[in-house]
Design a protein around this ligand. Structure first.
Ligand code: MN
Length: 319
């Protein structure tokens, strides 16, 4: 983790001088990585900068995120030019860039803007602040330093990251409420975007949730008696209703007060798992995530795993 102010100043200088910039979201993009990238994309594009946004992986971008302002600047990952200045948004490690890792790495100036506690910095310039509720807040600070206008489009992208990463402001820090007020005053339709980003599912989502909740297991003795609850979503649901619909299952499982740790094992392809973890208070999840090549925050982290469902559960239980 860096203090940030020096690197932030240098990042602002780099972005002010750049004629072309490639922005990167993390794989399986959420609203914070996408909103952060698009806010920066809209502001830079307006300043005449040649901007492209790369989304790693072959999976489709969630429908709601394709409606954010500036989404037309997303370029299919096999068509990314790779400009001299590269900025990774909300990526805890270079591995989160998956197939776009090389494009990022070969850029002349690599910039990392992120708020994950596990991020040790992998750019030439790292603005990493685990105190920030979302990466979008850090992008707002950069845009302010650039004297960029925070109009309704830019504000909407930033708000998308803010409202989702704070769980609709449930765990927002005081400063994040002040930022929200500023973004709403700039013209964001808060209720509409909250509904679009957090409260909208396909009908098939209900059956997937029913299936996932039926698979739930409570292990009271886990984590020194603090307890674990976990559930699985198998790969058949990806084709039925899309990978992103499984992201919300953890928000149901983590409400179980019998366990400090909640985990959802999501199978993206047969035998390929994404493990989402949440802890209510006692357990720091970062060491577990890091031990499996993942990362995150103390109370929200994740990692990837390849193998059978019994193996992924066993590997997790061993940690
Ligand atoms: Mn984030």
């Amino acid at each position: 983790m860096t203090d940030g102010s020096d690197d932030r100043r240098r990042i602002v200088d780099v972005l002010r001088d750049a004629s072309a910039v490639t922005l990167f979201t993390h794989v399986r993009p959420d609203a914070d990585t996408m909103g952060s990238a698009l806010a920066l994309a809209v502001a830079l594009d307006r300043n005449g900068v040649d901007v492209e946004v790369g989304v790693p992986g072959a999976l489709p971008v969630p429908d709601a995120l394709t409606r954010l302002p500036g989404a037309k600047m997303v370029v299919p990952s096999d068509q990314i030019a790779g400009h001299r200045v590269a900025v990774a948004l909300d990526c805890a490690s270079v591995g989160r860039l998956e197939d776009l890792q090389d494009v990022f790495t070969r850029a002349e100036t690599r910039v990392v803007i992120d708020h994950h506690a596990s991020n040790t910095g992998f750019g030439d310039l790292d603005l990493v602040d685990a105190e920030a509720d979302c990466t979008a807040e850090l992008v707002l600070a950069v845009l302010d330093d650039l004297d960029a206008e925070i109009d309704a489009d830019v504000a909407t992208c930033l708000y998308a990251g803010l409202v989702t990463d704070t769980g609709s402001f449930r765990w927002a820090r005081p400063g994040s409420h002040a930022i929200a007020a500023r973004l709403l005053a700039a013209g964001v339709d808060g209720p509409a975007w909250t509904r679009t980003l957090l409260d909208t599912h396909r009908f098939g989502w209900l059956a997937m949730v029913a299936d996932a909740l039926r698979s739930a297991v409570l292990v009271p003795e886990a984590f020194g008696g603090n307890g674990l609850v976990y559930a699985c979503v198998d790969h058949t649901w990806r084709d039925a209703i899309g990978w992103d619909e499984a992201e919300s299952v953890i928000d149901l499982v983590r409400t179980i007060g019998d366990a400090d740790v909640a985990v959802v094992f999501k199978e993206s392809d047969p035998g390929t798992w994404t493990v989402s973890m949440r802890s209510r208070s006692a357990t720091d999840l970062v060491p577990i995530a890091r031990a499996h090549g993942g990362g995150g925050h103390p109370h929200a982290a994740g990692f990837g795993f390849t193998g059978a469902v019994e193996d992924v559960v066993a590997a997790f239980s061993a940690a």
